[in-house]
Design a binder for this molecule. Structure first.
Ligand SMILES: Cc1cc2nc3c(=O)[nH]c(=O)nc-3n(C[C@H](O)[C@H](O)[C@H](O)COP(=O)(O)O)c2cc1C
Length: 172
């Protein structure tokens, strides 16, 4: 298919939060950085994450049917870069990057202590997208750890979010 745009440019225009996705199966833990991530529905609470077929973490989600979205702040930029540029197939990222974890309420994968919010999810359904799989996760538990702004990715650059402009809940 020929296009009059680059997909990198088009995807970059949307902008998205950066989070750490964790999963585990059979005693093996996985952690990866992801920005192809979005809230999809309030009721039921559904989130979507799109993961490459190459990722170890994705195979652990396939086997266990669960994952966690660990929302991070600009303070964790280097951690996000390190986790997103290495694979758990070669190193134990939890040890290598000294990642502190705690236990979930409803999922068995490790949750990241440094995150400011964590969503525990059970896979509701998945959709094959050629080189990625889109997982729709039902949020089964939520941890509000501390007040912080999310780390953001826009056109390939990292940002913290800027000024508060108003409230969504004011819409009538
Ligand atoms: C900022 C950033 C965002 C990323 N977003 C995604 C994503 O949304 N989906 C994906 O499959 N990989 C994404 N990656 C790449 C994975 O984190 C990377 O392939 C990782 O090595 C996979 O680790 P694993 O094999 O241990 O699961 C991203 C990397 C970075 C640095």
């Amino acid at each position: 298919m020929s296009r009059d745009f680059t997909s990198r440019r088009a995807m970059g225009a949307i902008g998205s939060p950066v989070a750490l996705i964790t999963a585990s199966h059979d005693g093996r833990n996985g952690i990866m950085t992801a920005n192809m991530i979005a809230g999809l529905s309030f009721s039921p609470p559904l989130v979507g994450i799109s993961l490459s077929h190459h990722s170890l973490t994705r195979t652990l989600i396939d086997s266990s049917g669960e994952f966690a979205v660990n929302v991070i702040s600009p303070d964790q930029l280097n951690l996000a870069k390190n986790i997103g540029s290495t694979t758990g197939r070669r190193i134990d990222k939890f040890k290598e990057f000294s990642i502190g974890t705690f236990q979930g309420r409803s999922v068995s994968c490790p949750l990241v202590k440094e995150a400011h919010a964590v969503l525990e999810c059970k896979v509701d359904r998945s959709i094959e997208l050629d080189k990625h799989s889109l997982y729709v996760g039902l949020v089964v538990a939520y941890h509000d750890i501390k007040e912080a702004s999310p780390l953001y990715l826009y056109h390939g650059n990292y940002y913290s979010i800027g000024d508060r402009l108003g409230s969504f809940w004011g819409i009538k």
